[in-house]
Design a protein around this ligand. Structure first.
Ligand SMILES: Nc1ncnc2c1ncn2[C@@H]1O[C@H](COP(=O)(O)OP(=O)(O)OP(=O)(O)O)[C@@H](O)[C@H]1O
Ligand SMILES: [Mg+2]
Length: 305
């Protein structure tokens, strides 16, 4: 894969971008969105005027947590969220597929990582517009070096990881208008040195019952635009119990479960407006039993952060 093919998206967005809807559709607990937005803004405003020697800010934030919790969507939507606050009202978003950088050939991954991060990306952003660079599923680049020692070609993985770290150091004071957001499902395997370069590492947990309720309701309400009969279900008090029953599902699965409920009966396929609480309840039970059905790990994982 060529370097430029590893760049999945490159666009300049304003505060009115359609991406805002995506960010708003992610329902996360507490202050996660605020922390991400503030960290990006602080970095993009302070680093250009205060030296790296003082700030030690690398312009990197890592979002980590279980699959399907909204990390990629938040990372993608960040540029539009901060556009309103930066001079000029425009922010560039560059999205990178780190998987494409890896190569089985000796030394090639390292070279590509370095070229992409220290040359290609800065060149795309050479007009100085504040730029958010999304490194989605960064573990493919920054796996812990200790874990990689078991892999087939450990020396190359080590060198690629080192190349990421060197690139972050290289870029930190040269390109203060770049802000990197990395996402990862791994929490234990991410390189310590990578995490230590993160100005913030934000844990994105599985949704709790209140968030699950909101995700179910918002999915039903969006559908109610087309199938008005679903509005009553979206507002039904029974949704509280359904949300409790859905504990352990991630955000992506919770949205899908509404469609799984619709797919259970031909009647609801032909006319989604006739979906009932019982349909939803059955689909949720199914989905939860397809996970391990045990929510204690959710509480434990969430409590640990
Ligand atoms: N917290 C949430 N609230 C509402 N919807 C969510 C949430 N998390 C995920 N979703 C839904 O799932 C979709 C996929 O989420 P996204 O890809 O951002 O998750 P992710 O954390 O990056 O997952 P992965 O770790 O598997 O890459 C979103 O577009 C959204 O529809
Ligand atoms: Mg993702």
């Amino acid at each position: 894969m060529k370097i430029h093919e590893c760049v999945l998206a490159e666009e300049v967005v304003g505060a009115d971008s359609a991406e805002r809807g995506l960010w708003e559709a992610i329902i996360v607990s507490g202050d996660i969105k605020e922390r991400l937005r503030n960290q990006a803004l602080l970095s993009l405003t302070v680093r250009p005027v205060v030296s790296f020697a003082v700030t030690a800010l690398h312009g990197l934030c890592t979002l980590y947590g279980p699959p399907g919790t909204g990390k990629t969507t938040l990372a993608r939507g960040l540029a539009a969220q901060i556009a309103a606050y930066v001079a000029g009202g425009k922010v560039r978003r560059i999205e990178i597929d780190p998987h494409g950088l890896m190569s089985p050939e000796h030394g090639v991954s390292q070279q590509r990582v370095s070229e992409l991060l220290t040359e290609y990306v800065p060149a795309l952003a050479s007009d100085g517009i504040p730029t958010v660079v999304v490194l989605d599923e960064v573990e493919s680049m920054a796996v812990a070096r200790s874990a990689a020692s078991l892999a087939a070609n450990p020396a190359d993985v080590h060198r690629a990881t080192d190349a990421v770290l060197t690139a972050l150091d290289f870029n930190a004071d040269r390109y203060p208008h770049l802000f990197f957001v990395a996402t990862s499902n791994f929490t234990t395997a991410l390189d310590e040195a990578f995490l230590s370069r993160s100005d913030a590492a934000i844990f994105v947990p599985l949704p709790q019952a209140t968030a699950l309720r909101e995700i179910l309701a918002s999915t039903l309400l969006s559908l109610a635009g087309t199938y008005p009969g679903l509005r009553a279900l979206a507002e039904a008090p029974g949704l509280d119990g359904l949300a409790q029953a859905a504990m352990g599902l991630d955000g992506r699965r919770t949205r899908k479960v509404v469609f799984e409920a619709l797919a259970q009966r031909l009647d609801t396929v032909l006319d989604p407006s006739v979906l009932t609480e019982q349909d939803l309840s059955a689909a949720i039970r199914n989905a939860v039993s397809g996970t391990d059905g045990d929510t204690t790990h959710v509480e434990a994982a969430n409590a640990a952060h």
